[in-house]
Design a protein. Structure first.
Ligand code: PLP
Length: 425
């Protein structure tokens, strides 16, 4: 029997690190572990959204239609409801034709990468950045005919991912001089001639909002060079201060600009696979072509429930109220995490502008620190290395799971503080 071999891109992956390598180790009781490594917030979803799902499931006709395919880009009613949400709640000038619905933002980003970049084309990411991007680039941009070696960059077979450092590890500040970051971006563009710059704001892992000054300059550069600027808005609903100006730019006026949106606007909803992309009509049509091949269409039940929920909750203001309450809960958890770190660890950390994470300088190899904290204090963090070289000696702290349980959050840092001070003696 001739055993079939796996694809070359998958075999190649065996040699590369996984995004977040840390798992619960043997000998550690998982029930005792306090995890700051999870990527979700514990907000309850709006009761009205739950009721909309129940309504569909209780009605034979509605349930029957939730089993039908929709258009590859999503049902027009859903795209319209999302466009109305973007216009009224997020201040973005868009129409339904600017919206593509997908099975979560991970899948829709894959579609966007395939639709907007040719295999082998380079992409610029921030360092640090969302840990999943690299592997996504591998699967979307692989050109098996070309395997380049990486220098300061990491190689996707056929393409290279160029990293723009955005954390000043000496001062422990995020992009302290946007003009310097822009100059560095320009240099990277000259060397790599990339097709895309991709980042998120507020950021995972740092919780920082990328400033208007940088994004304005980066957009100009992208427009000059014919590049796409893709901003992942994963944490747009958990922004603690005012929205930056680029949040409301129109994709028709700026066809280089594309934004992607996971489902975490609506509480603990990420497992209900739904997300959307906003871009020019041309970009959206292109994404639809890929979607046809990768998913046929987004999930119909989620689209129906979301459409019905948005149609009610945007005009009556209940969505705005829900968002403001969950934002407040998140901000309080961010403050509680900062206080607990200062009190029990005294380590440097960033003050988040939004989102559910911050990063903390642990002053040693992040993987060793994480393994020691897990083994000896039953506290788990995501090692900074997974997000980029700038976080080699740092960890990501996720306070999202503790929005309703500050006591547990404090217990985690207290336990770790006690372990570290015993170790130091
Ligand atoms: C920056 C970022 N993008 C995307 C995702 C995942 O999005 P989705 O569930 O829509 O695929 C996450 C989840 O942690 C994230 O932090």
């Amino acid at each position: 029997m001739k055993k079939p071999v796996l694809s070359r891109v998958v075999q190649e992956q065996a040699r590369v690190r996984t995004p977040l390598g840390q798992s619960i180790e043997a000998g550690v009781d998982p029930a005792k572990v306090i995890s700051f490594a999870s990527a979700w917030a514990d907000h309850e979803s709006p009761a009205l959204l739950m009721a909309k799902y129940a309504e569909i499931c209780a009605d034979r006709k509605l349930f029957h239609s939730s089993g039908g395919y929709t258009e590859p880009l999503g049902d027009m009613a859903c795209r319209e409801a999302l466009a109305e949400f973007e216009r009224r709640e997020m201040g973005v000038d868009v129409s339904a034709e600017n919206v593509a619905v997908g099975l979560g933002s991970t899948q829709i980003l894959h579609n966007a990468l395939v639709a907007l970049c040719d295999p082998g084309e380079d992409v610029v990411l921030f360092d640090p950045t969302y840990a999943n991007y690299y592997i996504q680039m591998v699967f979307a941009l692989t050109d098996p005919c070309l395997v380049k070696e990486a220098g300061v960059t990491r190689s996707v077979p056929g393409a290279e991912v160029a990293y723009l450092p955005v954390l000043d590890v000496e001062q422990w500040r995020y992009m302290p001089e946007p003009s310097k970051a822009l100059a560095r971006l320009e240099e990277l563009c000259k060397v790599h001639n990339p097709r895309m710059l991709l980042f998120q704001s507020p950021d995972n892992p740092t919780g920082q909002v990328v400033k208007d000054k940088f994004v304005g300059g980066a957009l100009e550069l992208c427009e000059e060079r014919g590049m796409f600027l893709v901003i992942n808005m994963a944490y747009e609903a958990q922004l603690f201060g005012d929205a930056p100006k680029y949040y409301s730019l129109s994709p028709e006026e700026h066809p280089s600009l594309v934004t992607i949106h996971p489902n975490n606007v609506f509480g603990h909803s990420l497992g209900r696979r739904f997300g959307w992309l906003v871009g020019s009509k041309e970009v959206v049509e292109a994404v639809g072509k890929v979607q046809h091949a990768t998913a046929l269409c987004p999930d119909a039940l989620h689209q129906m429930a979301m459409t019905s929920y948005l149609r009610a909750s945007v005009p009556d203001g209940s969505l705005r109220k829900y968002l403001s309450e969950s934002r407040e809960l998140t901000r309080k958890a961010a403050d509680a995490a900062a206080e607990a770190i200062d009190k029990h660890l005294g380590m440097r950390h960033l003050k988040p502008d939004g989102g559910i994470y911050t990063v903390m300088d642990v002053g040693m190899d992040s993987e060793q620190f994480v393994a020691d904290a897990l083994r000896n204090a039953s506290v788990l963090f995501a090692p900074g290395k997974a997000f980029g070289n700038t976080l080699e000696r740092a960890v990501r702290v996720s306070y999202g799971p503790f929005v309703n349980d500050h006591a547990k959050l404090e217990e985690g840092f207290e336990r770790l503080g006690k372990h570290l001070s015993k170790k130091g003696k």
